[in-house]
Design a protein around this ligand. Structure first.
Ligand SMILES: *Cc1c(COP(=O)(O)O)cnc(C)c1O
Length: 371
């Protein structure tokens, strides 16, 4: 048996994104115990830095042990009791997954649906909320299946609150790449994933919970269905008590600490500007290659672009050549978009002018070959 030795890739897909060397180095730091005073300091620094990235003062702000999907499950299971009415906005794969998870936890789920690639208006959400009252409204900020960025989240959240619903927001593929302002938008339960725009390895799901949502938890009649993702229990480890709940993935926390430190060093505004500038450079370059886009410019995400595959091009052959000849990874579409779009992520450390230019050059050369 040989030790593993993967050759490096430039990750321009929907996640994971490339991980900065200092994050990888941080993960090789010595192991300590889960109550080691040194670790306790790192934990509180992670929380403080996460609050800055989420733009919140929520006390309950910490990473869950698990990927973005653990964030989805925790955001729903903690706030749903059997029979609760839940409304999910569905315009792509991840919205549909939220609805599926809520249903498995025995919520009474209804969806407001749009074709993949379209976004919701606060007015239509308000109309749905007027027809019936819901315990919770869930939506996706950046739909990774399509590349849409949902605008007017604050207006949708305020409509939900007027009608007594908590708001769950998925920011797995937006946090750290485009503004997510938890307190200003007044969204209650917001989660993300470590491996997309935060550029840490996969395995952690940062989450933040508002006071309003915590009050709702206190009035639960039944215990949370899933012991591992029980937020009040997890909060006791991250809070003053440091009470054991489960052993956190300590090396992954080292990595997240470093990735958040890099974000703080760059500054959020500069980071968003970098993501936007590189996305615009990519869009212009793709247009110059004659490509159109699945999502209109006004609701395109700077973190994931979805050009349409030109007619006659074998999109999987192009992706294969990008990987083999340039060590570049991009993704194809799936579900109704299989074969129709490419999904090009410019997330976190992967969002650089050099990567954009390399991809454009590579596409120019392989694109013709795929035709
Ligand atoms: C990637 C992603 C998830 C799921 O995260 P995993 O880390 O794959 O579990 C959820 N929502 C969105 C919008 C995503 O892009």
């Amino acid at each position: 048996m040989q030790p593993i030795n993967p050759s490096p890739r430039i990750l321009l897909g929907p996640g994971p994104s490339s991980v900065p060397p200092s994050v990888l180095r941080a993960m090789a730091a010595p192991m300590v115990g889960y109550l080691d005073p040194q670790l306790m300091r790192f934990l509180s620094e992670i929380q403080a830095m996460l609050r800055q990235v989420f733009q919140t003062e929520n006390e309950w702000t910490f990473p869950l042990s698990g990927t973005g999907t653990a964030g989805m499950e925790a955001a729903l299971v903690n706030f749903i009791e059997p029979g609760d009415d839940v409304l999910v906005l569905v315009n792509g794969y991840f919205g549909a997954r939220l609805a599926e998870i809520a249903a498995r936890h025995r919520a009474q789920v209804e969806t407001l649906e749009h074709p993949w690639g379209q976004v919701f208006t606060p007015q239509e959400v308000e109309t749905a909320l007027e027809r019936k009252s819901y315990k919770l409204l869930a939506l996706v900020h950046m739909e990774t299946s399509t590349g849409t960025l949902q605008p007017q989240v604050a207006e949708i959240a305020s409509a939900a609150h007027r009608h007594g619903a908590l708001v769950v927001l998925d920011t797995v593929a937006s946090l750290g790449g485009t503004p997510v302002a938890v307190d200003a938008w007044d969204v209650d339960i917001v989660y993300s994933g470590s491996q997309k725009c935060l550029s840490a390895p996969p395995g952690l799901a940062p989450i933040t919970v508002s006071e309003r949502a915590r009050r709702a938890l206190e009035s639960r009649q039944t215990p949370v269905d899933v012991w591992y993702l029980d937020l009040p229990l997890i909060a006791r480890y991250w809070g003053e008590a440091h009470a054991y709940h489960h052993t956190p993935p300590i090396s992954s926390l080292y990595g997240l600490h470093e990735s958040l430190r890099l974000i703080a060093e760059e500054g959020l505004e500069a980071r968003f500007a970098r993501h936007r500038a590189n996305a615009e450079r990519l869009w212009e370059g793709l247009e110059a290659l004659g490509m159109d886009f699945f999502v209109p410019r006004e609701c395109r995400s700077p973190t994931l672009s979805t050009p349409l595959v030109p007619a006659g091009v074998d999109e999987s052959a192009v992706r294969r050549r990008l990987l083999e000849e340039y060590s570049l990874e991009i993704a194809g579409g799936f579900g109704p978009l299989a074969g129709k779009i490419w999904r090009i992520g410019l997330m976190g450390y992967s969002s650089s002018r050099a990567n954009v230019d390399l991809l454009l050059t590579a596409l120019k050369q392989t694109g013709d070959g795929g035709r």
